[in-house]
Ligand binder design. Structure first.
Ligand code: RB5
Length: 145
């Protein structure tokens, strides 16, 4: 069986939650590429978001997760890369619909916004939900155009 792969990144404000999510993803049997940051030193979230987005857009990884203080700057930056559909999520229903309706490929959330348990539930439902296709395909294609 091929192992599932995913790429993850954070800035300093998302570091602690990222480290917990990395452990959780491994428990879910994901091979995890952690592109950093790896210290509490202040860093710039656009650098991390751009690097991760390019890895997803070029097919190196099917999906990615970005964590900063709010999840906002990461998503704003990630969506500048063609082919990226990044969402900032702080509830499980939005996480699920972002996959089934929008085929989101980058999940963003904020360490200052969601707690560890909710973040894990968001990650699990986001990973487990398939894109519905059908009428949603046309709309997702319109985003790309
Ligand atoms: C860092 O202080 C904070 O601005 C960043 O983590 C993020 O929340 C930006 O959107």
């Amino acid at each position: 069986m091929t192992q599932k792969t995913i790429v993850i990144g954070s800035d300093h404000a998302g570091l602690e939650l990222k480290n917990k999510i990395v452990v959780y993803l491994k428990e879910l049997n994901y091979e995890v590429k952690d592109i950093g940051t790896h210290t509490k030193d202040s860093c710039d979230y656009p650098v991390i978001a751009k690097e991760l987005s390019q890895l997803v857009a070029n097919g190196s990884y099917p999906k990615g997760i970005l964590i900063c203080g709010t999840g906002l700057g990461m998503a704003i930056t990630a969506n500048k890369t063609k082919g990226i559909r990044a969402v900032t999520v702080s509830d499980t229903t939005s996480a699920k619909c972002s996959r089934s309706h929008n085929d989101s490929n980058v999940l963003c959330f904020g360490e200052r916004i969601v707690g560890e348990y909710l973040a894990k539930d968001i990650v699990k439902i986001w990973l487990d939900t398939e894109f519905d296709g059908g009428r949603h395909s046309k709309r997702v294609n319109m985003i790309e155009d």
